[in-house]
Every structure is written in structure tokens, then in C-alpha cells.
Design a protein around this ligand. Structure first.
Ligand code: GDP
Length: 321
């Protein structure tokens, strides 16, 4: 179903604009002529605080909302802090989505994650495999929070007739990512480790797990384009996948990162670290049929992200890690 028309001149709230996704969405929406973009840092507006969120929506009345605020992390952070991942994400979503509907936001895009799908879903994963089997244990708390968000979008549509939609991106990367040595996702984690190994002249770099799990990586600028595309061209209760349609084993990813960074030593695999789900390649047939495709290749995206990382290091501007 085509999206109901969205007015780029009306106020649009990008929740989570300091994060990887929200930052890219903000850049893209600016470029695309949004005239009234609303942002709040977490210290200005704690989205877990229902009263504060209510007051913000009552005062600003955004017509469009991109819900890119979330507590996110890699496999280790998710399995170490499941209570925080569940509770913080549920509270932020419930507050933002309810307040959006209460205060007249006509369009909202809720961002989920490919980890909402069952651990052993047939690959590539279609949207209709949602809730057909058990989740991957390393991130089940986060996944349940995100599944609740998808259901909340559907319920708000039914009850209030709003044009709210959910997108499920695959693993993301790009400028603005979290490069924490242990709590990041694999791609920024490896960029940092290979860079430090090159600087220190180390003989080898440790990669977690067996190197055999396969993952798909989408550049966040591609996702930002998809967000606007979906707000304007998609109006359906079913979540829609956003990915590139191709994956690779972690071992190959590590080799590619080593090549881009210029690290010439050996790779070692630490099999005491979890592998997580064996594969999560998204079926992107539905978004392709609507006319959207990812454009940034992995090597090109990695080179650009590595250049950004080096620039930030030089400027002393990386988030504390
Ligand atoms: P996942 O897609 O939810 O499993 O999230 P991650 O990005 O954290 O991990 C993806 C895969 O990369 C898993 O199989 C990890 O074991 C593997 N991996 C290899 N090295 C690293 C690393 O340095 N950091 C992280 N986070 N994962 C790594």
C-alpha cells in the first residue's frame, strides 16, 4: 500500500538523533528539505520518562516521528544487561508511540531489528516468519522489546487510523557508530581492534567466536534513505525488512576489515566468545518491489567508515570507550 502524503514542511521529530541511525536520518532529512526538524538529547528529554515525553509532544506536536532512539549493543552487552535492554527499550517506545498518537502525529516510523526473527528462521528471513519460533538467547530481551514495538504500531493503526509503520534493518554500520572495545557490534569492534593492532605492530588480532556465523551489513546512510522512502511509500501494518540481500561469514568480514585498515598480521579466533545466531540474512523482496535498493557496497562503506574513525580519533572526538 502506498504511503499517505507526508508534508516535509511540518515538524518532524527524530528521536535518538545522536545515535548511529538517528544521526544519519537527521542528515538525510535536512538534505531532503525538511523545514522543521525537532531533536532532543537524552539529557534534555529522557524518553523513559512518560511525563517528560508527554509534555514534549503536547508542546511541539510533531506531525512525523522517526523512532530511532533505543538502547542498543553488541552480543556481549545484550547478554550482560538483558534487564536494561528490555526495560529501557519498552519504556521509550511506549512513551513515544503513545504520545505521538495522542498528539496528532500522522506518520511514524518505528525501527526494529533483524534479531526479532526466530533464531532458526528459514533464510533469507521473510517478514512473515515473525513470531513463528524461539528467539536467539543472546538478545532475546532486546528482541521482545522490539517485537512489542511492532505490535504497538499495529495496534495504534487499528485503534486510531494513523499511518505508522515498522522497518526491520539488518546489522548496521557507518559514521557515528559505537566503537567500544567490548560492547560494540562486530564491525566497529573489528575496525578498532585492527587499527590498534596496526598502530602497535601486533602480530595477530583476536576475532570472537568461530568466524563461521554469517551476517549482512547495511550502511546507515542507505537506511536513512530507506526511512524516508518508507514514510512516503509504505503504509501497511506488517513490518518491512531493510537490508542489502547478501551476507558473508565473520571470517571474511574480518579479512576485509584487515585489508581496509592495512593490518597484515594473523587472525585468531576466540571460541570462548559466543557466535550468536548462525545466520540472519533478510529477504528484501518486499522493499525491492516497492522500488528501493541499497546502494553502498560493503568495501566502499567500510573504507568510508574507517576514514571517519581515523578522523574522529585525530580530533579526539570519539565517544569515551
Ligand atoms: P549479533 O549480530 O547480534 O550477533 O551481533 P554482533 O555484531 O555483536 O556479532 C556478530 C558476530 O560477530 C558474532 O558471531 C560475534 O561472535 C562475532 N564477532 C567477532 N568479533 C567480534 C567483536 O569484536 N565484537 C563483536 N560484537 N562481535 C564479534
Amino acid at each position: 500500500m502506498a504511503g499517505a502524503s507526508l508534508d516535509r514542511g511540518k515538524p518532524a521529530f527524530i528521536a535518538g538523533h545522536r545515535g548511529l541511525v538517528g544521526g544519519a536520518v537527521l542528515r538525510h532529512f535536512r538534505e531532503q528539505g525538511f523545514g522543521h526538524l525537532l531533536t532532543r538529547t537524552s539529557s534534555e528529554l529522557d524518553l523513559r520518562d512518560a511525563d517528560a515525553v508527554e509534555a514534549f509532544f503536547a508542546a511541539e506536536r510533531p506531525a512525523t516521528v522517526v523512532m530511532a532512539a533505543a538502547k542498543v549493543g553488541g552480543i556481549l552487552a545484550n547478554s550482560t544487561y538483558p534487564a536494561d535492554f528490555l526495560s529501557d527499550n519498552l519504556r521509550m517506545q511506549v512513551n513515544v508511540l503513545d504520545a505521538a498518537a495522542r498528539h496528532g502525529a500522522t506518520h511514524l516510523l518505528f525501527l526494529g531489528s533483524s534479531c526479532i526473527y526466530p533464531k532458526l528462521a528459514p533464510q533469507p528471513i521473510r517478514e512473515d516468519s515473525l513470531l513463528t519460533g524461539p528467539l536467539e538467547e543472546t538478545n532475546d530481551a532486546y528482541a521482545i522489546a522490539k517485537i512489542s514495538g511492532v505490535l504497538q504500531v499495529q495496534a495504534l493503526r487499528r485503534q486510531h487510523g494513523v499511518h505508522y509503520v515498522s522497518a526491520m534493518p539488518t546489522n548496521l554500520y557507518g559514521p557515528g557508530d559505537n566503537f567500544h572495545p567490548t560492547h560494540s557490534h562486530v564491525l566497529p569492534g573489528l575496525i578498532r581492534r585492527f587499527h590498534e593492532a596496526k598502530e602497535q605492530g601486533a602480530a595477530s588480532v583476536t576475532v570472537w567466536g568461530t568466524g563461521t556465523p554469517r551476517r549482512e551489513f547495511l550502511h546507515v546512510d542507505d537506511l536513512a534513505r530507506a526511512c524516508l522512502f518508507l514514510l512516503e511509500n509504505y503504509d501497511d501494518p506488517a513490518p518491512i525488512n531493510v537490508g542489502v540481500g547478501e551476507d558473508l561469514p565473520i571470517r571474511e568480514l574480518a579479512e576485509l576489515v584487515a585489508d581496509v585498515v592495512g593490518f597484515e598480521g594473523a587472525l585468531e579466533f576466540d571460541t570462548s566468545k559466543p557466535d550468536g545466531t548462525p545466520r540472519k540474512l533478510l529477504d528484501v523482496g518486499r522493499i525491492h518491489d516497492l522500488g528501493w535498493k541499497a546502494e553502498i557496497g560493503l568495501r566502499e562503506g567500510l573504507e568510508q567508515t574507517y576514514a571517519w574513525y581515523v578522523e574522529q580519533l585525530a580530533a579526539g572526538a570519539l565517544r569515551a570507550a
